[in-house]
Design a binder for this molecule. Structure first.
Ligand SMILES: NC(=O)c1ccc[n+]([C@@H]2O[C@H](COP(=O)([O-])OP(=O)(O)OC[C@H]3O[C@@H](n4cnc5c(N)ncnc54)[C@H](OP(=O)(O)O)[C@@H]3O)[C@@H](O)[C@H]2O)c1
Length: 294
């Protein structure tokens, strides 16, 4: 049986820090370092990367941070993803974005991620998106090479549907440990369409990306306005309430926080102390979807 521990370690804490936006502003290595120290103070010790984040720059930025903070190698659990090839100035030969889950691309991509992040091993590697040309035998070979060399401890997927998940799992001798999917008040469909039920049946911890809809929650005046009185009643921010809503579900849901603001991390982490009432959970579902359940 899979547990949250495979993803976030023994700390028993479900929140994860996402690195996607680190080069948007951009953040300096010093600012990232401060954000990560705040994470550690709050018990958040897992980082979600991908090779492509920040147009292939976020892993390199993290590598600089690790050079100045060698303890981060052990203090954090490191997740990265591979399988997307962006059309980028960094790869002038590419004319359009493609997916590549060939053995060669997976192995090379993971080895580059390790080098960029100045790490010797990764705790978890995910296939970023389902590749219509995926040969599950090749993916299994790549995973096995990386696993037996000690470079990667566990594997999982992201944005896979049930059939895609089962296809890959059928070619592996060990379990995939997660599916990372978009899940939030702004994308509640997986709670309804059977996606969460499938992963729950498999006892898989579910990594939830864009738990605030990438920040849209704070720009949606109607939804934000509806949630505010509830947040006041729970004496927390709307952001903490939105995370508590995900954590209330009986499956193991691990929200990946995209904030680059350490003050907001404190606010959001209060979600761990909220014991949401069942009726309030449904009230929030109604606010999000715009109608009562049938
Ligand atoms: N597997 C995939 O395909 C996939 C896809 C997308 C993302 N991800 C992962 O999921 C992580 C999170 O995604 P995300 O960044 O979209 O998540 P998010 O947490 O839903 O959104 C983060 C955005 O919301 C803003 N925000 C947070 N709190 C706010 C507040 N109280 N008021 C106003 N704005 C607020 C942040 O701005 P500030 O920085 O200013 O706080 C940031 O721009 C990524 O870093 C990545 O690791 C995975």
């Amino acid at each position: 049986m899979m547990s949250q521990q495979e993803i976030t370690g023994s700390a028993g804490q479900p929140l994860i820090l996402g690195a996607w936006r680190w080069n948007d502003l951009p953040m300096s290595p010093g600012e990232i370092e401060k954000l990560l120290h705040t994470g550690l103070e709050l018990g958040i010790s897992t980082i979600d990367h991908a090779d492509i984040y920040g147009d292939y720059t976020c892993e390199l930025l993290y590598g600089k941070v690790v050079k100045n903070n060698p303890d981060f190698r052990d203090q954090f659990r490191h997740i990265t993803k591979c399988g997307i090839k962006l059309a980028s100035d960094k790869f002038p030969g590419r004319i359009l974005p493609t997916y590549d889950t060939s053995r060669e691309h997976i192995v090379t991509s993971v080895e580059t991620s390790l080098k960029n992040m100045d790490l010797e091993k990764l705790d978890l590697v995910l296939i970023h998106r389902p590749d219509p040309l995926m040969d599950p035998n090749e993916v299994a070979e790549a995973f096995t090479v990386l696993r037996s060399s000690g470079k990667v401890a566990e594997f999982g997927v992201s944005n896979f549907n049930r059939e895609q998940f089962e296809l890959l799992q059928a070619h592996l001798d060990y379990p995939l440990v997660t599916n990372q999917i978009e899940l939030s008040l702004l994308n509640s469909e997986p709670f309804i369409d059977g996606s969460i039920d499938f992963l729950h049946t498999m006892n898989l911890p579910i990594m939830a990306w864009s738990p605030f809809g990438g920040g849209k929650l704070f720009k949606d005046e109607k939804l934000y306005g509806d949630l505010q009185p509830l947040a006041q009643r729970y004496e927390c921010s709307v952001s903490a309430l939105a995370i508590a809503w995900l954590l209330h579900h009986p499956a193991t849901i691990l929200p990946i926080l995209g904030t680059t603001n350490k003050g907001r991390l404190h606010e959001i982490a209060k979600a761990l102390e909220i014991n949401l009432d069942r009726e309030d959970w449904f009230k929030m579902l109604k606010y999000a979807r715009g109608y009562d359940i049938p």
